[in-house]
Design a protein around this ligand. Structure first.
Ligand code: SF4
Length: 310
């Protein structure tokens, strides 16, 4: 049975991921190896493995970084406590936090200065959420779902604000925000939505893909929040969906009975992995490929100061 492959547009790397990877590569080129990176620079196995081969060392605890080292913060951002500790230790620091995550940090700081407590909508344990929650020592609450809201024990319901993780499901977050507003009518929202353009565009593109394809393969690593959300969005549209780190994880049996297959990739997944998936699918019955029309993204962020090439 001939199969046709449809490719989502946009897919793959976003501006924040490009910048984060370039930050590590520029630091390696300028200062030589090793370069220490706190947490995976972006949540993708292929990216992390290739940077390890070039001399990056990924750590979680600053105690694992020798004095005098160069240290990079990952795209997900860090808490104020980590930032201060790193500065005190005297590392040469480059901050690869995505500017759109930094925007959320600045919202938190500003609203805490206005003496508002902040509700962070996000996934517990995700490094971005830890970094955002860690922008203030007090007055921060985490909400993962609508069910968490009645449990919140805030000091003053009239002095509340919310922010969100940048890589959430747009639909789920809309529900949580509506429930927050119903429970705390005086809560104020960020000046501009925190879910980033890349997350929104990729979720819209996968919805478009789900109108045509009956099977969708999302290229992304298990730890990638936005890739997981793409798989969920596809499933909610009634499509069979799998997330794979690379082509070798695709089981040819998944393809049986499907003549229209969709492929997309999370914001941290490199295009080379998508191309390998395409090659694999061509070996298993795909005879035609169509790139769907979608938004062309042309946002880019310069690497941090001190790394040249701005
Ligand atoms: S997914 Fe959004 S917030 Fe995350 S790195 Fe990309 S642009 Fe930045």
């Amino acid at each position: 049975m001939n199969k046709k492959l449809f490719l989502a547009q946009p897919r793959g790397f976003c501006a924040g991921v490009h910048r984060a990877i370039a930050t590590v590569e520029r630091a390696l080129a300028l200062f030589g190896q090793p370069i220490y990176v706190r947490h995976e620079i972006v949540h993708n196995t292929h990216v992390v493995d290739s940077l390890k081969q070039k001399g990056a060392i990924f750590i979680e605890e600053l105690d694992d970084v020798p004095n005098g080292s160069t240290l990079i913060f990952s795209a997900h951002g860090v808490s104020k406590a980590i930032e201060s500790e790193a500065k005190e230790r005297g590392f040469r620091i480059f901050d690869a936090t995505c500017p759109l995550v930094t925007k959320v940090h600045m919202e938190v700081s500003m609203m805490r200065q206005e003496d508002r407590e902040i509700i962070v909508i996000g996934h517990s344990g995700h490094p971005e959420v830890e970094g955002t929650m860690g922008q203030s020592d007090t007055g921060m609450y985490l909400v993962e779902s609508v069910e968490d809201i009645p449990e919140l024990d805030v000091n003053n319901p009239d002095r509340l604000a919310y922010v969100s993780q940048t890589t959430l499901s747009v639909a789920d977050t809309t529900d949580v925000i509506a429930a927050l507003k119903a429970h705390f009518p005086a809560i104020i929202e960020p000046p501009k939505a925190d879910i980033c353009y890349a997350t929104t565009n990729r979720q819209n593109a996968v919805k478009q893909l789900a109108e045509i394809a009956t099977l969708i393969i999302v290229v992304g690593s298990p730890s990638s929040s936005n890739s997981n959300r793409l798989r969920e969005v596809a499933e909610r549209k009634g499509v069979t969906a799998y997330m794979v780190d690379n082509a070798s994880e695709i089981d040819p049996q998944w393809l049986e009975g499907h003549t229209a297959i969709g492929v997309t990739a999370g914001a941290s997944a490199p295009e080379i992995l998508v191309q390998e998936v395409i090659e694999m699918l061509q070996k298993h019955g795909v005879t035609a490929i169509e790139e769907l029309e979608g938004i062309t993204e042309n946002l880019s962020f310069p690497v941090p100061r001190g790394l040249g090439r701005r």
